[in-house]
Design a protein around this ligand. Structure first.
Ligand SMILES: NC(=O)c1ccc[n+]([C@@H]2O[C@H](COP(=O)([O-])OP(=O)(O)OC[C@H]3O[C@@H](n4cnc5c(N)ncnc54)[C@H](OP(=O)(O)O)[C@@H]3O)[C@@H](O)[C@H]2O)c1
Length: 276
């Protein structure tokens, strides 16, 4: 039995939904952890998943979901509560004797990272490691979907400076394919997995989506972002994230490398923005 969180699929990438579907298609038993018992949960049942309803931050709701589980996928959206959810999930996984937890982190998760969310992801990785649950940390680049959410009908307005600013990208679908691959892999695997599917510039990424890239002043972007995202935590993270790329501009960075694990474990070459 494989426990998959975020299985209903949300607005950031719906990685949990895709992981659940890939595993079901490949004949695995899946327990889909969802926050609410809505039409998405019903669709998962129809596809053959068992459904567990609960809040990932609430240990009393997480423990029962682990009954009979040997492997698990953990994702938690960019909003408040990551460390609460991590602690509950790691403790419940340890108690159940789980042998592998594949979890989504971010490309530069480290104590020195420039966004508070990335530093929290690093803490989250530590908690999973301490729990001894065979944690695999998928350190993902910016999802294509992140740019799509930021776009209007004709424009992609972001505070990234000149159009030749470099940006590492990945399709959420490729994150899900790698996650499913690691959940199926019987042998030992690398615990830290950087995931970048495409290195491009923000101007080229916008053009691939049929949009015109417009450089927005950081303070103007931050003001507008509250209207678009409605969550101060998300806005804080994105403001810092876009600030990093704006600062780096055309500079190369050691993390700016397409990673072969997408093809090796995900089973096909990385998707390219605008063509997926
Ligand atoms: N976006 C990016 O560019 C990017 C880049 C790198 C890494 N990441 C990482 O990717 C992860 C998010 O990706 P994703 O595609 O899985 O997000 P997503 O599509 O937004 O899905 C999140 C899922 O979690 C569920 N959920 C939210 N709060 C919950 C709670 N308290 N208890 C139980 N379930 C809860 C949501 O359910 P409802 O829909 O019912 O609310 C939804 O199904 C984050 O860790 C983020 O840091 C994102």
């Amino acid at each position: 039995m494989i426990l998959v969180t975020g299985a209903a699929g949300g607005s950031q990438g719906a990685t949990g939904r895709m992981v659940a579907e890939l595993l079901l298609d490949r004949g695995h038993q899946v327990r889909a952890f969802v926050r609410q018992d809505d039409h998405r949960a019903e669709e998962l049942r129809k596809r053959g998943a068992e459904v567990a309803v609960g809040d990932l931050r609430e240990i009393s709701q997480v423990i029962p979901a682990f009954e009979g589980v040997s492997r698990a996928y953990f994702t938690y959206p960019v909003t408040a509560g990551l460390l609460d959810a991590t602690a509950a999930f790691a403790a419940a996984a340890q108690r159940a004797g789980v042998e592998r937890v594949v979890e989504v982190s971010q490309l530069d998760a480290s104590p020195e990272a420039f966004t508070p969310r990335m530093r929290r992801h690093w803490l989250s990785e530590q908690v999973f490691d301490w729990a001894g649950v065979g944690a695999v940390h998928l350190r993902a680049a910016v999802f294509f979907e992140n740019l799509q959410v930021a776009a209007d009908e004709r424009e992609l307005g972001l505070p990234l400076g000149a159009p030749d600013t470099r940006i590492p990208l990945i399709a959420a679908e490729d994150v899900a394919r790698v996650a499913a691959g690691f959940l199926e892999e019987p042998g030992p695997v690398d615990p830290v997995v950087p995931l970048t599917g495409q290195m491009t510039t923000i101007g080229q990424a916008a053009a691939a989506l049929g949009l015109e890239y417009v450089d927005v002043a950081p303070e103007v972007w931050e003001e507008r972002a509250m209207e678009r995202y409605g969550d101060p935590y998300t806005v804080e993270h994105l403001t810092h994230l876009w600030g990093i790329f704006r600062f780096l501009g055309t500079t190369d960075h050691p993390l700016f490398r397409v990673t072969d694990v997408i093809e090796r474990v995900g089973g096909r070459p990385p998707l390219v923005i605008g063509q997926s």
